[in-house]
Design a protein around this ligand. Structure first.
Ligand SMILES: Nc1ncnc2c1ncn2[C@@H]1O[C@H](COP(=O)(O)OP(=O)(O)OP(=O)(O)O)[C@@H](O)[C@H]1O
Ligand SMILES: [Mg+2]
Length: 176
């Protein structure tokens, strides 16, 4: 299973990244465009505020992470409103994806990043994933020297954040 290989490599600090200049705004824009028809079909209305968020990163991995986050909105927050935004914040570039779906209670927000963990309501569904999406999102972010988390919020729904350094310390392989 490709996902398990990705996680095993990242645990061993051996997830090989191919770095090139990446603007998160473009990566998120591409991911959204690829899923737009499915989002609309799921009754999701989407707004975007994609500000410049330039860094060096593995473009394919970052795109993969953005897609995993949006796929969760599709699956767990249909008929909701999804807002995606990117921006530069100090020395970081940030991607946030907020939905107005059912969200997760605080004790489950940390578990969502455990491999194979799925909320009971999610497990009860006939169709569904394997619980590897968010662990991979976090592994990809951490391999870049960044992180992924669920942002605590008062309003209903879920906000997922990916934060990467603007100037990653690890240069890795360069794909320029
Ligand atoms: N936007 C969201 N709203 C509510 N719950 C969510 C959301 N995103 C994730 N979850 C919960 O977190 C769990 C883990 O998500 P994750 O993406 O890791 O796995 P998955 O979607 O179940 O499977 P996979 O991504 O491997 O297909 C989900 O099963 C769901 O219970
Ligand atoms: Mg998922």
């Amino acid at each position: 299973m490709e996902e398990l290989r990705t996680l095993a490599l990242s645990n061993a600090g051996q997830l090989e990244l191919i770095y090139s200049p990446v603007d998160l705004a473009d990566a998120v824009g591409a991911a959204v465009t690829g899923l737009e028809a499915e989002l609309t079909a799921a009754g999701i209305t989407l707004t975007r505020a994609l500000g410049q968020a330039k860094t060096r990163a593995d473009q394919m991995r970052i795109r993969q992470a953005c897609v995993a986050v949006l796929e969760n909105c599709l699956r767990y927050a249909p008929q909701s409103h999804v807002h995606v935004e990117t921006r530069t914040e100090g020395d970081d570039v940030v991607f946030r994806c907020s939905d107005t779906g059912p969200g997760l209670v605080p004790e489950n927000q940390a578990r969502a990043f455990d491999r194979f963990w799925r909320a009971d309501e999610s497990r009860a569904r006939s169709s569904g994933g394997s619980g590897l999406g968010l662990p991979i999102v976090r592994a990809i972010a951490r391999a870049h020297g960044g992180d992924a988390r669920i942002v605590p919020q008062e309003t209903p729904g879920l906000t997922l954040e990916i934060r990467l350094p603007q100037h990653p310390a690890a240069v890795g392989k360069t794909g320029d």
